[in-house]
Ligand binder design. Structure first.
Ligand SMILES: NC(=O)c1ccc[n+]([C@@H]2O[C@H](COP(=O)([O-])OP(=O)(O)OC[C@H]3O[C@@H](n4cnc5c(N)ncnc54)[C@H](O)[C@@H]3O)[C@@H](O)[C@H]2O)c1
Length: 318
């Protein structure tokens, strides 16, 4: 099992979670990001097994230098321009980071003989779901710039697997939530409003059914994919297999925070109030259960409860 892992996007929300989980179990970690967050830098004081690298994945020479200097044995790829709205606002940069950056990474792996990468991918690569619950064989026809760039990275990975024997394992996750989610999305918007004693009404999209997975379960799934000695598949759903509606999320927050005034209206959900979402649903996790032993610990209620209690703690200590 690889013990010196390079994590891209290490300052990011999921990347940092993955770095911490790897360090906690004793691995050596190299955290690469285009900018160093204070949380990432702070890890250096506690873990001599941690090294950080400020590098732009879009710059081939910087990626190669990181591999030359730190000699990773495997990679978790979490760096990206993330989100449907964000990527649509800066499509050229999204292509440069998500596609060119991934190819630079695969090339560096080829030159340095690194054989495994777990690429964090997304349900956005599917576009419109054709059923309430879908498995990993569902056609991938993205309807967003973000989904298209993430699909391109997956396909490049397949070519590098065929040509150069690099195993590129894709963990396709869905809407990940938990403490400090860095974007204004459900359930964060409801939780933040409820704790601040403010009202939040989502104008449309209450009936959107979408798989929502707690961050710790996502991180656990990524590590299982990283550790499995031999893979029969190159893609796994790391989600919950359930698709609660956005209205369910609001109801749970109302039940858990007495007096919370959060609600939704029916209609098509809009990303950032402007882009209609693709049709969503649940991601079947049977393959990940069987092949990886993945078993999510949080259903939506438990995940929101946990997020709330951590948010309350951080408000108390602020
Ligand atoms: N959060 C979710 O709900 C979700 C769902 C599905 C998939 N994903 C995937 O998980 C991964 C991490 O997402 P996140 O939510 O942590 O996002 P994030 O925005 O918090 O993290 C992304 C990180 O990538 C870094 N980055 C951007 N451009 C870079 C570059 N050129 N070179 C090096 N680093 C660069 C950013 O600085 C940031 O720290 C992404 O690949 C995303 O597509 C996230």
């Amino acid at each position: 099992m690889a013990k010196r892992i390079l994590v891209t996007g290490a300052s990011g929300w999921l990347g940092l979670g993955i770095v911490k989980a790897l360090l906690a179990r004793g691995d050596e970690v190299i955290g690469l990001d285009i900018h160093m967050s204070p949380q990432l830098s702070a890890l250096r004081q506690h873990y001599p097994r941690f090294a950080s690298v400020e590098a732009d994945l879009g710059e081939w020479s910087q990626v190669m230098e990181a591999f030359r200097k730190h000699e990773p044995q495997a990679v978790v790829h979490a760096a990206a321009i993330v989100g449907v709205v964000h990527a649509a606002d800066i499509p050229v940069k999204a292509m440069r980071v998500n596609v060119e950056g991934s190819v630079n990474l695969f090339e560096a792996m080829r030159f340095h003989d690194v054989k495994r990468v777990v690429n964090i991918s997304t349900e956005e690569t599917y576009g419109d779901f054709t059923a309430h619950i879908i498995d990993e064989t569902h056609p991938q026809k993205p309807t967003s710039v973000y989904g298209l760039t993430k699909l391109a990275a997956e396909h490049y990975g397949r070519i590098y697997a065929d040509r150069y024997g690099i195993e590129c394992i894709n963990t396709r996750t869905c809407w990940v939530y938990g403490p400090d989610l860095p974007r204004a999305r459900v359930p964060k918007v409801f939780i933040d409003a409820a704790l601040a004693g403010q009202s939040y009404h989502l104008k449309a999209g209450g009936d959107l059914a979408v798989d929502q997975v707690y961050i710790d379960d996502t991180v656990a799934g990524v590590l299982l994919a990283l550790d499995k000695p031999k893979h029969r598949f190159d893609a796994y759903h790391i989600a919950t297999g359930q698709a609660p509606s956005i209205d369910d999320v609001a109801r749970i927050v109302r039940e858990l925070v007495p007096g919370a005034d959060v609600s939704t209206s029916p209609g098509w959900y809009l990303h950032g109030d402007k882009f209609p979402t693709a049709k969503k649903g649940a991601l079947d996790i049977s393959r990940a259960r069987k092949e990886l032993g993945y078993a999510p610990k949080y259903d939506l209620r438990k995940g929101i409860e946990h997020t709330l209690s951590l948010a309350r703690e951080s408000l108390r200590s602020a």
